[in-house]
Ligand binder design. Structure first.
Ligand code: AMP
Length: 382
């Protein structure tokens, strides 16, 4: 580490922008390593704030508050990417922001992100910028149907996106955008979805976790397992893609690359997230180093930890829907001693809200998936 960038050692304070479950699990990992954690978000008694040493409750747009926060920490990272670059710039006046605001700026807008990827030769599905109904009609001419129309900004978990299969849907699809800028993407008829969570340090040291395979339900991640059921050559390609992207973006910290595996066995990048990822939660129980510890190490300038998977593993998300008929039966889920429960401390269980997850390990991924799925079903036992 150069004198300009001293290693941020345990005992120092890490600031986190954002206060959800990713921040909570990051804070838990940071505390294990002996760091202090300050959390900044507009909310009170948050999943991350419950673990942190201090919770700063202000809007992300209150730049003076962000500056005050940054003055009290040695490094700032984030767990939520919809923070405006003005806020990260304000923080950067007083503490390094990792990954830096440029990475955030590129990845928080789907058009900027896909343009960056395409411009640097990373494989993506063909896309067009949409600012009018005429743009949309032209895109259909160019790229054909089916397609997915997404808002360029602030989309996650399938929010702000619609699949278009016929030209008579164009009017209503455009109206649903409410004048927001959009991206039209050729529909990928994929075999499966995978992700690579990877870390990079200031010195350029790089480490990727094994490829995760992801199954979604209603556009929300449902089950992840590792290692992904893909051939070793494709797994290497996925890690190389991630390595190329982190290097090109000059990421210091973590970045997740969500990818499609096409029916003819190619990889296409769907989305980047400059942070830990829901698909990486199984690393807590199944890898030598969790994605959260890796984020701590990467942003503090410590050497990266091994990403080795100790055993095949599977993770199942627990959405608020599970609370529909009362508190889930936690004891029943844990009847299998290879199942681990993680709850995020959220008071209100709303449908579709990520409340926690279960992880199971096994001798094979099939066994891990079966265990975690059965454990989740047992939650509903009365
Ligand atoms: P996103 O918000 O971009 O991550 O999209 C959420 C989910 O929608 C993805 O995980 C895919 O299952 C699906 N999806 C997104 N874009 C496409 C596409 N171009 N073709 C097919 N499916 C897509």
């Amino acid at each position: 580490m150069s004198p300009l960038h001293p290693t941020i050692l345990p005992g120092a304070t890490i600031g986190v922008l954002g206060s959800g479950q990713l921040g909570r699990m990051f804070a838990l990992a940071a505390r294990e390593l002996g760091y202090r954690i300050f959390i900044y978000s507009p909310d009170n008694d948050t999943p991350a704030g419950q673990i942190g040493d201090q919770e700063f409750v202000h809007a992300y747009t209150e730049l003076d508050k962000i500056r005050e926060f940054a003055q009290q920490v040695q490094v700032v990272t984030f767990e939520f990417e919809n923070v405006h670059s003005d806020s990260t710039s304000a923080a950067a006046e007083f503490a390094p922001v990792r990954p830096d605001g440029r990475v955030l700026h590129t990845t928080q807008n789907r058009l900027r992100e896909k343009t960056f990827l395409e411009g640097n030769g990373f494989p993506v599905t063909p896309f067009r910028r949409i600012n009018s109904l005429a743009d949309l009609q032209a895109a259909v001419q160019d790229l054909g149907l089916p397609a997915v129309l997404k808002t360029a900004d602030f989309g996650y978990d399938g929010k702000g996106q619609v699949k278009i299969t016929a030209v008579d849907q164009l009017d209503s699809a455009w109206r649903a955008m409410n004048g927001a800028e959009g991206i039209y993407e050729a529909y990928v008829s994929f075999e499966k979805e995978v992700s690579v969570v990877a870390a990079r340090t200031l010195k350029g040291e790089f480490a990727a976790f094994p490829v995760f395979e992801n199954a979604h339900a209603n556009h929300i991640l449902d089950i992840t397992f590792a290692p992904a059921a893909i051939n070793p050559q494709l797994a290497r390609e996925a890690a190389e893609l991630a390595s190329g992207i982190l290097k090109k973006l000059d990421v210091v910290g973590l970045l997740t690359v969500e990818m499609f595996v096409t029916k003819d066995g190619r990889l296409l990048v769907n989305e980047l997230a400059p942070r830990t990822h829901n698909s990486g939660h199984l690393t807590i129980d199944a890898c030598v180093t969790s994605q959260f510890e890796q984020q701590v190490r990467a942003v503090c300038g410590l050497p990266l930890g091994s990403t080795e998977l100790r055993r095949p593993a599977a993770m199942a998300n627990l959405l608020g829907d599970l609370w529909q008929n009362g508190e889930p039966n936690w004891a029943a889920a844990l009847e299998d001693p290879f199942v681990k429960l993680h709850l995020y401390g959220k008071a209100e269980a709303r449908a579709g809200r990520k409340m926690g997850h279960l992880t199971a390990t096994g001798d094979t991924t099939e066994e891990a998936v079966r265990r975690v799925t059965e454990a989740r079903q047992r939650l509903l036992r009365r």
